[in-house]
Design a protein around this ligand. Structure first.
Ligand SMILES: Cc1cc2nc3c(=O)[nH]c(=O)nc-3n(C[C@H](O)[C@H](O)[C@H](O)COP(=O)(O)O)c2cc1C
Length: 222
């Protein structure tokens, strides 16, 4: 965002090279003194981008502070191409508020989906009026168990184990936020074992453990 001509060249080259709609992702600007998302989005539109996604922080903010949804809204209102709002959407209530504050055409969910890959689907159904009780905790654990297997198939072993630990750790953190205690032994296995059978076994006992406690979803869990 500090080199608009270069960004324009990249966008133009990508639009020319692919046969699918191109969405350009950006932040609000480089820092608070250079909020040029509107300018870059205009250029992206003129170059044939189908939409832009805006993370409501500057590059200098990294992940500090709250995402500035009104600032995304200001860009969205000034543009004639769809804007997808991004930043700090962690659940259905946030999603509704973000859409109302920004008037955006869509939402992008990042960190909150790492340990809850069902979240975008849950939000989509809630916003489109689908009746939905969401997944139970046991179903969520089964989803993660399947995701673990798919991850192992898709990446080489070292990369797969690293990625799997990221989403397992995020899920355990979400569990803790939701008030669920996890057996330290299972937790250690999920986060340190490179042996897929041990990890799947730990997911299995996690399930039993939660069943034994008669914990029902979904108090505060994503
Ligand atoms: C681990 C991680 C990897 C990311 N990788 C990318 C990336 O490759 N490209 C990108 O545009 N944004 C990337 N982001 C930023 C997110 O897309 C998103 O803009 C940001 O996390 C704010 O949204 P959130 O509050 O929903 O997480 C990444 C974020 C995280 C936490």
């Amino acid at each position: 965002m500090r080199d608009i001509p270069l960004a324009a060249a990249v966008i133009g080259a990508v639009v020319a090279a692919v046969g699918v709609p191109v969405i350009v992702k950006m932040r609000l600007g480089w820092d608070e003194f250079h909020l040029n998302a509107g300018e870059l989005a205009d250029i992206a539109r003129d170059l044939g981008a189908a939409a832009v996604t805006i993370h409501g922080r500057t590059r200098n903010q990294k992940y500090k502070g709250r995402a500035d949804w009104p600032a995304i809204g200001a860009v969205a209102r000034s543009l004639t191409l769809p804007v997808i709002a991004n930043g700090d959407i962690t659940g259905i209530a946030d999603a509704r508020r973000c859409l109302a504050e920004t008037g955006a055409a869509g939402l992008m969910i990042g960190r909150a989906a790492i340990g809850a890959p069902w979240l975008p689907g849950d939000i989509n159904r809630a916003l489109t009026g689908g009746a939905d009780a969401g997944l139970t905790l046991l179903q969520k654990i089964r989803v993660l168990s399947g995701l673990y297997e798919e991850t192992l198939k898709f990446y080489n072993r070292e990369a797969a184990v690293r990625r799997a630990r990221t989403f397992l750790a995020a899920f355990l953190k979400d569990l803790a936020h939701g008030g669920y205690g996890v057996n330290p032994r299972e937790k250690a296995l999920l986060l340190t074992s490179s042996d897929s059978e041990s990890v799947q076994a730990a997911l299995g006992t996690l399930t039993e453990h939660i069943q034994l406690l008669h914990v029902e979803p979904d108090s505060g869990l994503r």
